[in-house]
Design a protein around this ligand. Structure first.
Ligand code: F6P
Length: 564
C-alpha cells in the first residue's frame, strides 16, 4: 500500500465512530480509575474471606480448558466496569467485523481471517466477497497427501532414499508456531522422523541442524509468507548449497529435497522451487497467526493429517466460543480485560506465562511474538498517539525451572507481575510409567505457587513459626500477586488449538480496547533497513553516509577484530 493510499474509513471496519473518543477520556475509563482508588490495597485474602464462593463463581470451563481467575484483583464491580469498557470501545463489533472479513488491518488494507483457517467444511467465510473455506481445505488436502508420503517413507530424495529428517527454515511466525507446537505435541509425533527448526541468520543455527544430517535423507521446508525475508532466504540458499554439494548433484535435485510454504509463488519459482511443491496461504493470514495454515506443514508431517485436524478443531471450538459467548462469560474477553485492568490501573509492565509442562517450553516465546508484535503499538488506529499503556512484555519459562530462577522476584520483589499458570491434569501419554508419579509433584508446585503468590505469609504467621524477629521481614511474603490458572485435562492437539486461539483472541480484545491495530508490524522494518545498509560497511568497509559516532565506532572495532 503506498503512503498516499487513504486509510479505509473506520465505519467500514466495524469501529463505528470515525474519530473515536480517546480511551482515557471515556467515562468507563474514569469509572475504572475511581474504582481502582477505592480498591486500594484490598488483599486477595480479604476477597476470599468475604466471598468463599469466589473460586466457583470466578471459574469458566470452555472445551477442555478449566480457567480459574478467582486469584485476580477483581470484584463483581471490577468485572462489570471492565465489560462496560469493552462495550463502549466496540470490542464485539470489531470482532464481528474481523470474522466477516472486513479490512480491519487498516494500515495494510487487509482482512484478518485466521479463523477461516480452521473453519470446517461447508462453513462460509468471505474475503473480499469470495468464500475462502474451499481453498483452505484444498490446501489442507494437499498438505495431507504430502505429509502421508513423507510419513510412509514414500517421499524419496534424489538418490532414491527415503527422507528421514525435515528441516523447517523460517523465522517469526513462520517458525515459532510450528516449532512450539512440535515440542508441545511430541508424544503425538512420528518419533522415527527427525525435525529441526532453523530461524536465526546466525549460521550456527543451520549448522547445528545439518551437522549430523545426511543430505540424501534431508528435506527442507522453506516457510515464508513473503519469501523475501532475508534470514530465511539466506538460510535456504545455504541449505541448497549444502545439499547440492553433499549429493554432488545439479539443481534438478532441489525438487526432491525442497518444498515451499508461501503466499508468493513468483519468489518461490525464482528461488528454484517448483510450484508443484509449494503450499500456499493468503494475505489475510498474518504471520503470527499462521501456524494453522500451510505454515504448519512440518508440524503436519510430524503429527499426521488427522492429529493436525484435531488441532484445527480445537482452534475452531475456541473461535466459536469467542464469537458467541456473552462478554461476561467469554474467556478471551475476560483474560483480555484483566490485562487492560492491570496495565491501565496497576502499572503492570509485564505478564508472565508459566506453563507447568516441559513440552510447553516454547509457548512463552510463541506468545511473545503473538502478543508483542500485535500490541506493541503506541498510535491509535487513526494515527493519533495513545496516552495509555498498551501491550505488556510477555515472558516466562516452564515450571518448575522458573521457581529456582526468578520466582524470588515474583514473590518478594517490588514489581507487579500478573501471571498465567498453565497445567495439564494428565501426564504425557508416552511418559515412562516410572516417571508418572512425578506428575503429581509437578502439579502440586503449580497449585502451590498460585496459592503462595495470592495469599503469601504474614509477618505474624512467620513470627509464630519461631523465626527470629530480625529475620521476620525477610521471610514474610506479601502475597496479593494475581494469577490465572488454566487447567486442562491433557496436552493434546485439540487442547493446544484451544489454548492458542484463546491467546489470539485475548490479544485481539486488548488491541480493540486500546484502539490500536493489532495486525500490522511496522516496528520491525527500521532495523531491517539499517542492517541492509550496514552490511557492506562490515564486509567491505563501505562508507555509510550519516552514520552516528557510536555505531561507526562499533563497526570499525568489529572490522579490526575480524582482521579487516
Ligand atoms: O518480524 C516481522 C515478520 O514480518 C513477522 O511478522 C513474520 O512472522 C516474520 O517476519 C517472517 O515473515 P515471512 O513469513 O514473510 O518470512
Amino acid at each position: 500500500m503506498s503512503a498516499s493510499t487513504p486509510l479505509p474509513r473506520t465505519e467500514d471496519t466495524g469501529n463505528r465512530s470515525g474519530v473515536t473518543t480517546p480511551l482515557d477520556r471515556r467515562k468507563e475509563w474514569s469509572g475504572l480509575a475511581e474504582h481502582r482508588d477505592r480498591f486500594g490495597s484490598t488483599h486477595l485474602r480479604d476477597l476470599f474471606a468475604d466471598d468463599p464462593a469466589r473460586a466457583d463463581r470466578y471459574t469458566l470451563g470452555v472445551g477442555g480448558l478449566h480457567v480459574d481467575y478467582s486469584k485476580n484483583l477483581v470484584t463483581d464491580e471490577t468485572l462489570r466496569l471492565l465489560n462496560d469498557l469493552a462495550a463502549a470501545t466496540g470490542v464485539a463489533s470489531l470482532r464481528d467485523a474481523m470474522l466477516r472479513g472486513d479490512h480491519i488491518n487498516l494500515t495494510e488494507n487487509r482482512a484478518v481471517l485466521h479463523t477461516a483457517l480452521r473453519a470446517p467444511h461447508g462453513e462460509v467465510v468471505r474475503a473480499d466477497g469470495h468464500d475462502v473455506v474451499p481453498e483452505v481445505h484444498r490446501v489442507l488436502e494437499r498438505m495431507g497427501a504430502f505429509a502421508e508420503r513423507v510419513r510412509s517413507r514414500a517421499w524419496l530424495g534424489h538418490t532414491g532414499k527415503a527422507v528421514t529428517r525435515v528441516v523447517n527454515i523460517g523465522i517469526g511466525g513462520s517458525d515459532l508456531g510450528p516449532a512450539m507446537a512440535y515440542e508441545a505435541l511430541r508424544p503425538y509425533t512420528d518419533r522415527g522422523l527427525e525435525f529441526r527448526f532453523v530461524s536465526n541468520v546466525d549460521g550456527t543455527d543451520l549448522n547445528e541442524a545439518l551437522v549430523d544430517a545426511d543430505p540424501e535423507r534431508t528435506l527442507f521446508v522453506v516457510a515464508s509468507k513473503t519469501f523475501t525475508t532475508v534470514e530465511t532466504i539466506t538460510n535456504a540458499s545455504a541449505a541448497r548449497d549444502w545439499l547440492l554439494a553433499g549429493l554432488g548433484a545439479g539443481s534438478d535435485a532441489v525438487a526432491e529435497h525442497f518444498v515451499a510454504v508461501s503466499t508468493n509463488a513468483e519468489k518461490v519459482v525464482e528461488f528454484g522451487i517448483d510450484t508443484a511443491n509449494m503450499f500456499e496461504f493468503w494475505d489475510w493470514v498474518g504471520g503470527r497467526y499462521s501456524y494453522d495454515s500451510a505454515i504448519g506443514l512440518s508440524l503436519m508431517v510430524a503429527l499426521g493429517p488427522e492429529r493436525f485436524r484435531e488441532m484445527l478443531a480445537g482452534f475452531h471450538l475456541m473461535d466459536t466460543h469467542f464469537a458467541t459467548a456473552p462478554p461476561e462469560r467469554n474467556l478471551p474477553f475476560l483474560l483480555g480485560l484483566l490485562g487492560v485492568w492491570y496495565g491501565g490501573f496497576f502499572d503492570a509492565q509485564s505478564h508472565a506465562v508459566l506453563p507447568y509442562s516441559h513440552h510447553m517450553s516454547k509457548f512463552p516465546a510463541y506468545l511473545q511474538q503473538l502478543d508483542m508484535e500485535s500490541n506493541g503499538k503506541s498510535v491509535q488506529r487513526d494515527g493519533r498517539p495513545v496516552n495509555w499503556q498498551t501491550g505488556p512484555v510477555v515472558w516466562g519459562t516452564p515450571g518448575t525451572n522458573g521457581q529456582h530462577a526468578y520466582f524470588q522476584l515474583l514473590h518478594q520483589g517490588t514489581r507487579f507481575v500478573p501471571a498465567d499458570l498453565i497445567g495439564f491434569a494428565n501426564p504425557a501419554p508416552d511418559l515412562d510409567p516410572g516417571l508418572v508419579p512425578q506428575h503429581d509433584l509437578l502439579m502440586a508446585n503449580l497449585f502451590a505457587q498460585g496459592q503462595a503468590l495470592a495469599f503469601g505469609r504474614t509477618s505474624a504467621e512467620v513470627a509464630a513459626e519461631g523465626v527470629p524477629a530480625d529475620l521476620v521481614p525477610h521471610r514474610t511474603f506479601p502475597g496479593n500477586r494475581p494469577t490465572t490458572t488454566v487447567l486442562a485435562e491433557r496436552l493434546d492437539p485439540s487442547v493446544l488449538g484451544q489454548l492458542v486461539a484463546l491467546y489470539e483472541h485475548k490479544v485481539f480484545v486488548q488491541g480493540a480496547v486500546w484502539n490500536i491495530n493489532s495486525f500490522d508490524q511496522w516496528g520491525v522494518q527500521l532495523g531491517k533497513v539499517l542492517a541492509k545498509r550496514l552490511e557492506p560497511a562490515l564486509t567491505e568497509g563501505a562508507e555509510v553516509p550519516g552514520l552516528d559516532p557510536s555505531t561507526g565506532g562499533l563497526v570499525r572495532r568489529y572490522r579490526t577484530l575480524r582482521g579487516r
